[in-house]
Design a protein. Structure first.
Length: 126
């Protein structure tokens, strides 16, 4: 049998930095976010601290809010990056469509979905 991997402990690190001043803590968090490439955490930290104080969030709740904000922002940026990488000829939005240019296209279908179907397949335009 192979020996078990040693457990990683972080308590000495946490004890060593306990005496930081407020200014030093802000600078350390900013530098750590830069080093770990967490731009959203850096951007929303002040607002998150204010909200956490008002809502009396636990440390775990506060951390969860920050990490979820980072994940959401990364997902949004990733989506934008993928659309840009797809090299579509131009962006097209339904709101930009000129219905007056083609009178044969009705912006609102005159036939509503049959009641109780709840399915797009039952819709005559689907």
């Amino acid at each position: 049998m192979s020996p078990a991997a040693p457990a990683t402990t972080i308590t000495p690190t946490l004890r060593r930095r306990r005496g930081l001043t407020e200014q030093a803590a802000v600078a350390a968090v900013d530098q750590a976010c830069r080093r770990l490439r967490l731009p959203t955490v850096r951007a929303v930290l002040d607002e998150a601290l204010t909200v956490a104080g008002k809502e009396q969030l636990s440390y775990q709740g506060f951390l969860a809010e920050l990490l979820l904000a980072e994940c959401d922002d990364r997902d949004r940026r990733s989506s934008i990056r993928r659309v840009k990488a797809a090299n579509f000829p131009r962006p097209k939005w339904l709101g930009d469509f000129d219905f007056d240019a083609n009178p044969n296209i009705n912006p609102q279908p005159s036939t509503p979905w049959p009641p109780g179907t709840g399915s797009a397949k039952a819709h005559p335009y689907a």
